[in-house]
Design a protein around this ligand. Structure first.
Ligand SMILES: [Zn+2]
Length: 371
């Protein structure tokens, strides 16, 4: 829409003022309605285009048409008006740009009160959590943590732990052997460790008594998976060797550890057992945490302890002097104890889990309960 400049017939100062005022208010009104750069370009052309812009029209319709005596007066006003038009058009653009900048800022503004993007945080797996709790108990007793390889040699897994070649005790371990080892001497053949006990030997080889270590880690057995068996599980091994360590130290240490894990009311019971690398050896039972050792629950026999009031939890014993022979310890000078426990077994009791496979299936619905 091209603004049409009125033709003047009256060139008196009052009539000129009124006409100028009318144009100025149109100029300002249009300026305030501009919302985009395209709007502004049309606005600039409407007022300032060389061909038929308002300023050009003023030249033709006012200045050239003015009678001689009024020419100076009209020229002065047209000049003033020209200055105002140019200034207003320029200001309008500046205003538009600063508005655009603040719109952009507004769009980019970060609202710190909006809720953030929630990322799910992982949690300790119940087996790792149980393992760390157990390690914490022994760490408080002055034990440090040692680790060893999961692929072991026959020497560390069996021979140095006093399992002689072809000894029937080896058969109880359901070992997974690494293939293609038959060319090597028996003690160098590789296998997946069946217990964390090899770390005892590795520790004693590299440090002299006093030794107080716990050795957590994965172990492997050739067992078909079912509710109570898994071909992979975790153990924590413990070893203390020093002068004058007795079976009383072993009993006191494990009694304390079981109370720390399961509550101060828990009782422990030791009864004779056999392991090649300890002598004497014992199995440790704790009083049933489900029936408080009574053997009955809810008016019937307790399922968890098969009504005995006791649950078997771990194996232990005094380090067999033969073992010291493999690590150059003086068996006449030092004595010590060792123990080993299954981490899943403890987690099953602690959390009331009824199937060991749940720990390895990776089902998030099961695992979330422990986070
Ligand atoms: Zn019970």
């Amino acid at each position: 829409m091209a603004y049409i400049v009125p033709k003047l017939t009256d060139f008196s100062p009052a009539a000129l003022d009124a006409a100028v005022q009318q144009l100025l208010s149109a100029l300002n009104q249009e300026s305030s309605a501009i919302a985009s750069e395209n709007d502004w370009k049309a606005y600039r052309d409407r007022w300032m285009a060389r061909k038929n812009g308002v300023l050009t029209q003023l030249n033709d319709l006012w200045l050239k048409a003015a009678p001689g005596p009024n020419k100076k007066d009209v020229g002065q006003r047209v000049n003033e008006l020209k200055g105002k038009v140019e200034q207003t058009v320029e200001d309008t653009l500046a205003h538009l740009m600063s508005d655009a900048a603040s719109y952009r800022l507004a769009a980019e503004r970060l609202d710190v009160t909006l809720p953030g993007i929630r990322r799910t945080i992982g949690a300790e797996h119940p087996v790792i959590k149980t393992m760390n709790e157990m390690i914490g108990v022994f760490r408080n007793l002055g034990f440090s943590v040692e680790e060893g390889p999961e692929v072991e040699t026959d020497f560390y897994n069996f021979e140095a732990l006093n399992f002689p070649p072809n000894h029937p005790a080896r058969d109880t371990q359901d070992t997974l052997f690494i293939a293609g080892q038959s060319e090597k001497p028996l003690r160098d053949r590789l296998l997946l460790r069946t217990h964390t006990s090899p770390v005892q030997i590795r520790t004693m080889q590299k440090m002299k008594p006093p030794v107080r270590v716990v050795c957590p880690g994965k172990v492997h057995r050739n067992d078909a998976p079912d509710a109570t068996h898994s071909p992979i599980f975790h153990q924590i091994e413990g070893l203390a060797v020093d002068t004058n360590i007795t079976f009383c130290d072993l009993k006191g240490t494990l009694d304390h550890a079981m109370k720390a894990m399961f509550g101060s009311n828990v009782k422990t019971r030791f009864y004779p057992s056999f392991f090649p690398f300890t002598e004497p050896s014992a199995d440790v039972q704790i009083s049933c945490i489900f029936c408080d050792g009574k053997g009955t629950r809810d008016g019937g026999p307790c399922r968890n302890c098969k009504a005995s009031g006791w649950i078997e939890l771990l194996g232990c014993g005094m380090v067999d002097p033969n073992v010291y022979g493999f690590v150059d310890y003086d068996a006449s000078k030092y004595s010590g104890f060792a123990f080993g426990m299954g981490v899943e077994r403890i987690a099953i009791l602690k959390y009331g889990v009824d199937d060991i496979q749940l720990f390895f299936n990776g089902d998030i619905r099961f695992l979330e309960q422990f986070s």
